[in-house]
Design a protein around this ligand. Structure first.
Ligand code: AGP
Length: 615
């Protein structure tokens, strides 16, 4: 998820674009760059790191003044966050500049073609191929917009592209597929941006671009077509947010925005990892298939929410690969003198990639000769840099301290690693892997459906705002979901919450059950391990008989729970091992709403930091 800005008008393009990038920096901050058209040519500057590094570069080496330009703040998916990989990317002649948000799945094939035709590419990014393709297309098309349409018809994946060409100094062209792009229309000027926050200071008149559309910006207005060149219908609207709200996409908190982004984040984490015949291509996992076949144990190390993701991964890894899998709190791991060797695969899960407990755990594992695979959301951070291999989640920057979309994408990445292990070790047949991937590709839609039915959960949360404690129960993969639901409530509502394996109730915790005590129960599918389902229905009866207020998370069609549920939250039918991807979402919404009802600062809860870089 990157920040993109384009401008054409009578103001200084550099000033407008840089101010817009500042507003979008939350969308990505590992590098930034701008390109300006002036004096019949084009000038560009880009720097790794935060926007301030680019600002310093522009003071030391100013760009010429022009009234057409584009800019970008990057959240890296392909290629480390360095100067060479920063956007904009240019063609060899330096006449075309392009910025991009998304993932071009077929870039490797396009890159090979371009190099065979003599193009010299200098970055590791997927984006750079577009600059060269546009330069080629421009020479045979009427204009840049036509060239963009031709190129877009060749691209696969999710992308927002914005480009300029030195031969068209008063034009900016944009295109979108599956990635946001919005147009701002001013008096004698026009804007393109990833979201309205970038231009709301100049105009509130916006035009939302639809799927597979190309927009041509000129001072006197905009023209929108499909990728096929046919004129397109677009929706104009007036933006009634202030700039701060615009950064949150109109939501009150980043956490709410990030919960809503989960369907896209899940889909993006799958992008580029499944080949044409449905097999996994995790080429970024730089541990060879032969080494993976040698593994006789997997150890997952992580903290907090990432640890819960690891607990769920354990079920998938052991079920699909038959390799023993341990899951360890990173802060405990190295102090228990773990048994590690070259046949142990250690998986370090971390959203920030900077959690010191997890970093120290992976360092210990590498000292013991184990291979370390990082699952991380932050490209180029310390944990992936110190690992043997990395599988990046593509959740985009997660600003809220309470982790939501990162958690779901960590689960997707863990499922992919488990399937990949099964694929290289031959414990899963190709058709079985393709079946799970088909299920995973439908999860985004399932999460969308859950999000559309959350109003009763919000009402319930508000009604419980004065409670002192909430318990969470689950079995099998629902047990880590219960732990995650409890953690969300603790860190957001500052109230006591505890997650249990439902089977543990009779070994002590049932003594906690009191009159009207809220207990959330995550119910496994009756279609998977029905014995588990029957047992947890008994658990619900036991706690209800002792006065608990039962809040039951159960899949559509599960009627056995209805008589014992004071509150019933339905989730879509999903395969047993994938249920956490949908069952967690109501618990995120519940905790966020209850914290809001208590007047808490949701994005920055007290005492907490987004990345815990101390042990
Ligand atoms: C979860 O909501 C918390 N923010 C916290 O538990 C977090 O998951 C943990 O600190 C690990 O962070 P990491 O994923 O960046 O390593």
């Amino acid at each position: 998820m990157c920040g993109i800005v384009g401008y054409v008008g009578s103001q200084s393009a550099l000033e407008v674009v840089m101010a817009g990038l500042k507003r979008l920096e939350y969308r990505g901050y590992d590098s930034a760059g701008v390109a300006v058209l002036a004096d019949g040519g084009m000038a560009a500057a880009k720097r790794a790191g935060k926007l301030v590094n680019l600002e310093k570069e522009l003071v030391d080496r100013p760009l010429p003044t022009g009234s057409t330009g584009i800019g970008h703040t990057r959240w890296a998916t392909h290629g480390a966050p360095n100067d060479a990989n920063a956007h904009p990317h240019l063609d060899n002649a330096g006449r075309v500049a392009v910025v991009h948000n998304g993932i071009i799945e077929n870039f490797a094939m396009l890159r090979d073609e371009l190099q065979e035709r003599g193009h010299e590419l200098s970055s590791e990014t997927d984006t750079e191929v577009v600059a060269h393709l546009l330069a080629e297309a421009f020479s045979s098309c009427a204009d840049l917009a036509e060239a963009m349409r031709l190129v877009c018809r060749r691209l696969e994946g999710a992308f927002t592209l914005v480009a300029v060409h030195a031969d068209e100094p008063d034009v900016v062209v944009g295109a979108r597929r599956n990635s946001p792009l919005v147009v701002g229309v001013g008096e004698g000027e026009a804007f393109l941006a990833s979201d309205v926050a970038a231009f709301i200071a100049h105009t509130r008149s916006a035009v939302e671009l639809g799927q597979d559309q190309v927009v041509e910006l000129r001072r006197d207005g905009v023209t929108v077509t499909g990728f096929d060149g046919r004129p397109a219908e677009v929706r104009s609207y007036n933006v009634d947010w202030d700039a701060a709200a615009a950064e949150k996409g109109g939501y009150d908190y980043f956490m709410l925005k990030e919960i809503a982004e989960q369907p896209r984040a899940v889909a993006d984490t799958l992008l580029g990892r499944i080949d044409a015949n449905g097999s996994l291509t995790l080429d970024e996992v730089r541990i060879s298939a032969s080494e993976l076949r040698e593994m006789d144990k997997v150890v997952i190390v992580a903290c907090g929410t990432a640890f819960h993701a690891g607990m769920i991964a354990k079920y998938a890894i052991e079920h699909w690969t038959r390799i023993p899998c341990e899951v360890e709190l990173a802060s405990e791991f190295r102090y228990r003198d773990p048994i590690l060797d070259a046949q142990t695969l250690v998986i370090a899960i971390s959203q920030s990639g900077e959690t010191m407990d997890t970093l120290m755990a992976l360092r210990h594992a590498r000292e013991q000769g184990s291979n370390v695979l990082a699952i991380c959301n932050t490209n180029g951070s310390t944990i992936p840099r110190e690992s043997d291999a990395v599988l990046y989640t593509h959740a985009g920057p997660e600003v809220a301290v309470a982790s939501t979309k990162a958690f779901l994408t960590q689960l997707v990445a863990c499922y992919l690693v488990a399937l990949y292990l099964g694929q290289v070790r031959g414990t899963k047949w190709g058709d079985e892997i393709r079946a799970v991937i088909r299920d995973l590709s439908q999860i985004g839609g399932a999460v969308e459906r859950v999000l559309e039915t959350m109003e009763p959960v919000r009402e319930l949360a508000r009604s419980l705002a004065d409670k002192n404690t909430v318990l969470f129960l689950g079995r099998h993969v629902g047990y880590p979901v219960a732990l995650e639901g409890a953690l969300k409530l603790k860190e957001l509502a500052y109230m006591h919450a505890e997650g249990f394996a439902a089977g543990e109730l009779k070994h002590g915790p049932i003594a906690l059950i009191d009159e009207d005590l809220p207990v959330v129960v995550v119910v496994p599918s009756p279609r998977g391990r029905s014995v588990l389902h029957d047992k947890i229905v008994s658990n619900i009866q036991e706690i209800r008989a002792r006065g608990a207020r039962t809040i039951v998370i159960a899949e559509e069609g599960d009627e056995a729970v209805v008589p014992y549920a004071d509150h019933l939250v339905r989730i879509p039918v999903t395969p047993t091992l994938l249920q956490p991807l949908v069952a967690t979402v109501p618990l995120q919404v519940f905790a966020c709403e209850l914290a809001t009802a208590r007047g808490n600062e949701v994005d920055q809860p007290r005492n907490l930091a987004k990345s815990v870089t101390v042990e």
